[in-house]
Every structure is written in structure tokens, then in C-alpha cells.
Design a protein around this ligand. Structure first.
Ligand SMILES: Nc1ncnc2c1ncn2[C@@H]1O[C@H](COP(=O)(O)OP(=O)(O)OP(=O)(O)O)[C@@H](O)[C@H]1O
Length: 409
């Protein structure tokens, strides 16, 4: 450490008793001049000390900012390739870069080849990730032979027809498209309120074409770790290629494909990267064979237009809540295996179910059945449907009360 130069010596006034008045005055003038000089020197020192203090403060602020960035920065995913005496060899997901890195003492002895870990910017292993939480296994639902059929779907006949044309025909009859010389739609986007049958439609089309149904929720793609979302997208398309014919169904696509926000947080950047990966998979989709892709959203208004361009999700199908005839059809579908009493008029009931979605009608039917069971009856009566309706209205109210309450905070 450099030592600061010593302070200037304090001026002394030596007055001899034998001095004449003139000599005394002269000595005092010189002393005064010396004091002024020392004062100036001390002022200079003070100035430079202050400048140095400001510089140090600036350095402290910079370090604090850097520390904050480091604390809040995202982690990357890697796999342990090898455990050696000098540290562990990791392979970063996404770019496959291999690095020899040290392990923090807290994790020493805990790591084995094949483990998934989170690493920071300097490749230091931060956490061991549970293999149970393997993102792929969690994020994808694979159904090799879905059982939903078009007959199970009510009230949206026009939408069924459109989906069949856009997804089923190109899978079943690709030559027809070739002969006519038109490209089948690259991707189909189903949009509309929750519980209207969008997932059912995608499953039914997979069933009808003997395709594997692979579902991924958009919310699963928006993960905490950098590289994970885009990797999942790649895995999704790879899996579909292995299992073709396949129908890829991406639910809640708005989670990865919302209009760009202005904020530049790392989370947003990660969502962007995931969306870019999805777009690039779709752009390179032409030669992928028997794979069709369907996405769904309840928030059409939020979507980034980039995903709606030709060659991407270029067939938009609105799936609305059912009108009265549709509600009756759905009621009939959901009660067809139930023992419903003759006094139940499903046509009249359908008229009363204004604003019910298909999912609401399914719950209503089950709920009515439960009332009959509670009453130890084997037949479902009109009053069971009435009680079920009241109960659902009550639950709805509690739900919206809870929502209203939560908005207050
Ligand atoms: N049109 C319909 N016909 C028959 N049943 C329906 C219909 N729509 C919804 N249902 C019932 O509701 C359940 C949920 O529907 P589904 O998951 O297909 O809705 P969704 O539109 O995908 O909803 P979300 O947007 O919430 O994912 C279905 O399993 C089915 O029992």
C-alpha cells in the first residue's frame, strides 16, 4: 500500500528577546508568509484527497452494479461429461461447448457424469439439477394413439371441417396437393376462449390419421434457464421426426410468441430466443415429411405477427363458445353414457346455458351425475342438472370474488 506523503512541517516562530522591534516585525512577517504557504499546501492535499475519495466512491458504485448484474444474471444448463482430479468437464447445452471447470466446495463429491447442472457466466457449477425435473419429460405429453374422435366434439362442425382440410388431408392424401400444385398450410392456429375443444380437435385429427400426438405447453417452454426453451423446441421437432406421422400441438403459444415488449430483461430475451427457434424449425419444415403442427391460444390479440406469416401459422381457425344448438350437441355427447331420466329436456337445458363453454357443459353433466349418486339414485333427473347449475354459478361467483379481491392488492 502506498503511504501518503508526510504533512508539511508546522511553521515555528522563534523570537529572540534581544531582537529589535524592526527585526521582530520582519520575523513575524516571514512567519505569516510561511503559514500562508503551508495552508495552501494543505488545501491542495485536501483537494486531491477529495478527488481520490470521489474516484473510490465511483469504483465502489461500479462494483456494486457489477455485483447486482452477476447476482441477477441467468444461469445456463450443462451436463457433466467427466469428473477429474482437476475439476469437472461440462458440456453446455445449446452450443455443446466443452469446458473444464471447478466445482464449488458445497457440491464437491456430489457430481457424476450425466448430471444436469446450472452454470454461471464463468462456467462455475452453481447447482445440481434434479434429474426428476428433466424438462423434456415434464414438458411434453406424448400419446401414440389418442382416442378422441370427431364424434366426441360438438358444436364446432365448421372448425372440425377446416382442421381436417388443413391437417388431415395433407397427411392422408399428399399426392392430391402435389397434383393440384398447392402447398398445404404449414401450421394451424386455433384461437378462442378456454375449454372450447381446441385440444380435443388436435387429438382427434391425430387419432384419425394414426399419428402420434405430441403436446407441449407454451408455458413449459418459457423456462428459467437460458438455452432450455430453444432446446425443448428442437427436441419437440426431433421427437416428431422420430415418431412420424405426428401431430405437434403447442398449447398456450402466446407464452412464447407474444408481441415484443420494450423491456430488455434476460427473461424476455430468453422467450425471444425460444420463439426464434420455433420460427426457424417451422421455416425449415417443408421437407420434414408427415408432421403437422397445430397451436392454440386464448389470447390471439397478444400474438406477435411474425408467427402468423405465410409458411408459419398461416391457417387461423377461431373456435368460439358454442351457440345454442352446439350446446345441445355437447350436452348429448357428455350425457350419452349417462342414465338420464326422461323428464330431462336437453334442448330446453341448452337454451339456459348461455355463455357455457364445452368444458363447462362437461363439468355440468358430471356434477349432475354426482348429485344423483349422492342421493343414491341410478337415474339423473332434471333437478340434478338444476342443482349442478346453481353450484357452478356459485363457484363462478366465488372465483370472480377471489379474482376481484386479488386485484385489490
Ligand atoms: N366442443 C366440445 N365438444 C365436446 N366436449 C368439449 C368441447 N369443448 C370442450 N369440451 C370438453 O372440455 C374439455 C376440455 O376441452 P379442451 O381441452 O379441448 O379445451 P381447450 O379449448 O383446449 O381449452 P384450453 O384453452 O383451456 O386449453 C374436453 O375434454 C371436453 O370434455
Amino acid at each position: 500500500m502506498s503511504r501518503s506523503p508526510s504533512l508539511p512541517e508546522r511553521p515555528r516562530l522563534d523570537l529572540d528577546p534581544d531582537m529589535s522591534d524592526a527585526e521582530r516585525l520582519d520575523a513575524m512577517r516571514k512567519h505569516y508568509a510561511r503559514i500562508l504557504q503551508v495552508n495552501d499546501e494543505l488545501d491542495d492535499r485536501l483537494d486531491s484527497a477529495e478527488t481520490r475519495r470521489d474516484d473510490l466512491q465511483e469504483e465502489v458504485d461500479q462494483l456494486k452494479r457489477r455485483n447486482d448484474v452477476l447476482k441477477s444474471s441467468s444461469l445456463y444448463i450443462a451436463s457433466i461429461e467427466e469428473v477429474t482430479d482437476d475439476g469437472v468437464v461440462i458440456k453446455q447445452h445449446g452450443n455443446n461447448q466443452e469446458v473444464l471447470t471447478e466445482v464449488s466446495p458445497a457440491l464437491e463429491g456430489d457430481l457424476e457424469p450425466g448430471d444436469r447442472v446450472a452454470i454461471n457466466d464463468s462456467f462455475a457449477v452453481q447447482t445440481l439439477l434434479d434429474t426428476e425435473t428433466d424438462a423434456r419429460a415434464q414438458a411434453m405429453e406424448v400419446d401414440t394413439s389418442p382416442t378422441v374422435t370427431y364424434d366426441d366434439i360438438g358444436g364446432i362442425d365448421e372448425q372440425v371441417r377446416e382442421v381436417r382440410e388443413a391437417v388431415e388431408d395433407p397427411l392422408v392424401n399428399p399426392e392430391q396437393f402435389e397434383t393440384v400444385g398447392v402447398e398445404p398450410p404449414a401450421g394451424v392456429l386455433l384461437y378462442g376462449p378456454p375449454g372450447t375443444g381446441k385440444t380435443m380437435l388436435a387429438k382427434a385429427v391425430a387419432n384419425e390419421t394414426d399419428a402420434t400426438f405430441i403436446k407441449m405447453a407454451g408455458s413449459e417452454l418459457v423456462r428459467k434457464f437460458i438455452g432450455e426453451g430453444s432446446r425443448l423446441v428442437r427436441d419437440l421437432f426431433e421427437l416428431a421426426a422420430e415418431r412420424e406421422p405426428a401431430v405437434i400441438f403447442i398449447d398456450e403459444i402466446d407464452a412464447v410468441a407474444s408481441k415484443r415488449t420494450d423491456s430488455k430483461t434476460s427473461g424476455d430475451a430468453e422467450v425471444q430466443r425460444t420463439m426464434m427457434q420455433l420460427l426457424s424449425e417451422m421455416d425449415g419444415f417443408e421437407d420434414r415429411g408427415d408432421i403437422r403442427i397445430i397451436a392454440a391460444t386464448n389470447r390471439f390479440d397478444m400474438l406477435d405477427e411474425a408467427i402468423l406469416r405465410p409458411g408459419r401459422f398461416d391457417r387461423l381457425i377461431e373456435v368460439p363458445k358454442p351457440a345454442v344448438e352446439g350446446r345441445e350437441q355437447i350436452l348429448r355427447i357428455h350425457t350419452r353414457n349417462m342414465n338420464v331420466a326422461d323428464d330431462v329436456d336437453l334442448t330446453a337445458l341448452a337454451e339456459e346455458l348461455d355463455d357455457y363453454s364445452g368444458a363447462d357443459i362437461a363439468s355440468l353433466s358430471t356434477e349432475a351425475g354426482m348429485f344423483a349418486i349422492r342421493d343414491e339414485r341410478t337415474e339423473i333427473r332434471r333437478e340434478d342438472f338444476e342443482q349442478a347449475r346453481e353450484r357452478m354459478a356459485l363457484e363462478d361467483e366465488t372465483d370472480s370474488d377471489a379474482k376481484a379481491r386479488s386485484y385489490q392488492y
